[in-house]
Design a protein. Structure first.
Length: 531
C-alpha cells in the first residue's frame, strides 16, 4: 500500500516536473537572475521560503484528505497553456510567469481534486508575489508613487521648519537638490508591505472585515512611511551630506521603516481586538486541522485507501492523468519545432538623422547615461531645431527594434511631469500631412512650470500605425507579435516654448508645420512609418 502511493507521487513528480522545466526553464532563469535582482523586487528571494513554510504548515491536513482525480484542473491548465503561447510568441515574461502558476494549479487540481487543492489555496495565492508586475504597469505605478511620495515628503520637510521647494520628483533644499528616484518610489515598500498585510491577516483569526482592514491599511502605510524616509533624508542631509541619500545609511533606513511598518500592523491588531471582540479571536494561532491519534501516527492512511485499490497499470490508464500529461507533452513538442524568433526590420542609424530640415537647422544633443540605461531603447535622436524669427523646436525620437520580454516605450505622460511640468491641457489633435488624404491623431499637451509654457506633441509609431494610447500600443504589440512576429516601434515627441506675447494657436501651427517638414525623414528612419 505504501509503495503504491510513493510510486504514484514519484511518477507524477518526475513526469510533470520534467515537462515544467522544459517549458519554463528560460523564463525562470530570467525571473531569478534579472527580475529578482532589481532593487524593487529583491524581496522576492525570500518568498519561496515563505511559501514552503506555508505548505509545511498545512501538511497534516493535506495528508488526511483523500486525493481524487478531477477534470476541473482543465479550467486552470488550458488557460495556462494559452498564456504560455502568448508569452512565447509575444515575448511577454509576465504571461509566462502567470502561465506557470496556472499550469501548476491545474495539475494539482486534476491529480488531487478540488477539496485537497483548497488546503493549499493560500500558499498558491502567496506564490503569485513571486512575479514582478508587467513593465508598463510597473513604470506607471512607480511614477505616480514617486509624485505622491515627493508631495507628502515636501510637506513634512516644511512642517519641520526647513525651507524646501518641489518640481516634479526633484526637491530643492536651497543648498542641494534631492531627486526622488525609483528607489524612493514607494513601490519597494508597497508590494512587500501588502504581502505582509496578507500574511498578518492570515494569522489573525477574527472577523473578515478586520482582516480586510489589516491588508488594505498597508497601502497608505507604505506611502506615508516612504514619505517619512524622504523627509528624514532631507533633514539629515546638512549633517551627513550625500551619505544620507545613498549607501549604507539610505538602505538601512529603508529596513528600519519596513520593520516599523510591521510594528504599526501589530498595533492595528491591538486596537481591532478591542472593537467588537469575539471569544475565539486571536493572533498567530495554530493553523490547520485537528487530527486523530491514528492519523498523527499514520498520516498516509487517507491517501492509501483509495490508492491501494488502483493497480500500477490502472494508474497509467486514468483518463485525467493521460489527458493532462498529453497536453503538456504536445505543448513541449510543438514548442521545440516552432520558430518564435522575432523579425527585426533594418533601420538606419539615428546619429545620421538630418540636421537640416526645410528652413530648420538642428543641433544634436546627447542624453546622459542614466537616462539611456533606464529607457532601454535601441537607438535615438535628440535635436534642437531653430530658424530665423521663430522659437526653437526640440525633436526626440526613441526607436525600439523590439518591445518583447520587458522592454517598453516610456510615454512623455510619465517623464515630463516628473521634471515638474504640469499638463494644463491634454488631448488629441489631428495633423494633416502635405499630400496626405487623411489626418492622423497625435497627443497634444500644454505644459506649465512657474512662468514657463511649452506645447508638446507626441505619438507612437507602431509598424505603420500612429497611436496615442500606451494601452492601445500594448494590445497591437501583442497582436503583431503573434501574427507578424514584429514589435518594433518608436516614440516621436516635439516640443516648442510659448513666449508671454505668443498665442497657443501660433505654437500649434509651428509644430504642425514642422511635423510636415520632418515627416519624410521619419519615414526613412522608422520602418513602416505611415508618414
Amino acid at each position: 500500500m505504501m509503495s503504491l502511493v510513493r510510486l504514484r507521487t514519484m511518477v507524477q513528480g518526475f513526469l510533470f516536473g520534467s515537462l515544467l522545466v522544459t517549458l519554463y526553464y528560460s523564463a525562470y532563469v530570467r525571473l531569478i537572475g534579472y527580475d529578482w535582482a532589481r532593487e524593487d523586487y529583491n524581496y522576492c528571494y525570500l518568498i519561496p521560503f515563505v511559501v514552503l513554510y506555508l505548505i509545511w504548515e498545512k501538511k497534516d491536513k493535506w495528508f488526511i484528505e483523500a486525493s481524487v482525480l478531477s477534470w476541473g484542473g482543465l479550467l486552470a491548465l488550458l488557460p495556462g497553456i494559452l498564456l504560455f503561447w502568448i508569452g512565447e510568441l509575444a515575448g511577454e515574461f509576465f504571461a509566462l510567469y502567470i502561465s506557470s502558476w496556472l499550469v501548476v494549479t491545474g495539475l494539482l487540481w486534476g491529480q488531487v481534486g478540488g477539496k485537497k487543492l483548497k488546503i493549499m489555496a493560500f500558499p498558491l495565492f502567496t506564490a503569485l508575489f513571486l512575479f514582478p508586475l508587467p513593465t508598463f504597469i510597473n513604470t506607471k505605478l512607480t511614477f505616480n508613487l514617486k509624485l505622491l511620495s515627493s508631495e507628502i515628503g515636501i510637506k513634512l520637510i516644511q512642517f519641520f521648519g526647513m525651507s524646501a521647494y518641489r518640481e516634479g520628483n526633484i526637491i530643492d533644499l536651497g543648498f542641494t537638490q534631492l531627486q526622488v528616484v525609483d528607489a524612493c518610489s514607494g513601490l519597494r515598500y508597497l508590494i512587500p508591505l501588502f504581502l505582509m498585510g496578507v500574511l498578518v491577516a492570515h494569522y489573525y483569526r477574527s472577523a473578515l472585515w478586520k482582516r480586510v482592514v489589516i491588508v488594505f491599511s498597508s497601502i497608505p502605510l507604505s506611502i506615508i512611511t516612504n514619505s517619512l524616509r524622504i523627509a528624514a533624508t532631507a533633514l539629515l542631509y546638512p549633517f551627513l551630506g550625500r551619505a544620507a541619500a545613498e549607501g549604507f545609511f539610505h538602505e538601512f533606513s529603508g529596513w528600519v521603516i519596513f520593520m516599523a511598518s510591521f510594528g504599526v500592523m501589530l498595533f492595528e491588531i491591538w486596537i481591532l481586538r478591542r472593537i467588537m471582540p469575539r471569544p475565539d479571536e486571536h493572533f498567530m494561532g495554530k493553523q490547520g486541522a485537528s487530527l486523530t491519534s491514528a492519523e498523527k501516527d499514520h498520516p498516509e492512511l487517507a491517501e492509501t485507501i483509495p490508492s491501494a485499490m488502483m493497480s500500477a497499470r490502472a494508474f497509467f490508464l486514468q483518463p485525467q492523468f493521460v489527458v493532462f500529461l498529453s497536453l503538456l507533452v504536445i505543448t513541449a513538442g510543438v514548442h521545440s519545432v516552432v520558430d518564435v524568433r522575432e523579425k527585426q526590420p533594418v533601420s538606419r542609424p539615428f546619429n545620421t538623422f538630418p540636421l537640416h530640415v526645410g528652413e530648420w537647422e538642428g543641433t544634436r544633443q546627447v542624453l546622459d547615461r542614466m537616462f539611456t540605461d533606464t529607457l532601454e531603447f535601441t537607438d535615438y535622436t535628440l535635436i534642437n531645431y531653430a530658424k530665423r524669427n521663430s522659437p526653437p523646436i526640440n525633436l526626440y525620437v526613441a526607436y525600439y527594434e523590439s518591445q518583447r520580454k520587458g522592454k517598453s516605450i516610456h510615454s512623455p505622460e510619465t517623464c515630463l511631469p516628473g521634471s515638474g511640468w504640469c499638463f494644463t491641457q491634454a488631448g488629441t489633435v489631428a495633423v494633416l500631412l502635405s499630400g496626405g488624404n487623411q489626418p492622423f491623431s497625435v497627443m497634444r499637451a500644454l505644459m506649465e512650470k512657474n512662468d514657463q509654457k511649452q506645447l508638446v506633441y507626441f505619438w507612437f509609431n507602431e509598424r505603420g500605425r500612429t497611436l496615442t494610447n500606451a494601452y492601445e500600443m500594448k494590445i497591437y504589440n501583442l497582436l503583431d507579435a503573434l501574427t507578424k512576429r514584429r514589435t518594433d516601434g518608436a516614440l516621436i515627441r516635439v516640443i516648442t516654448p510659448i513666449s508671454s506675447l505668443e498665442r497657443v494657436e501660433d505654437a500649434d501651427r509651428r509644430l504642425q508645420s514642422f511635423i510636415n517638414d520632418i515627416a519624410p525623414a521619419l519615414n526613412e528612419f522608422i520602418p513602416g512609418s505611415p508618414a
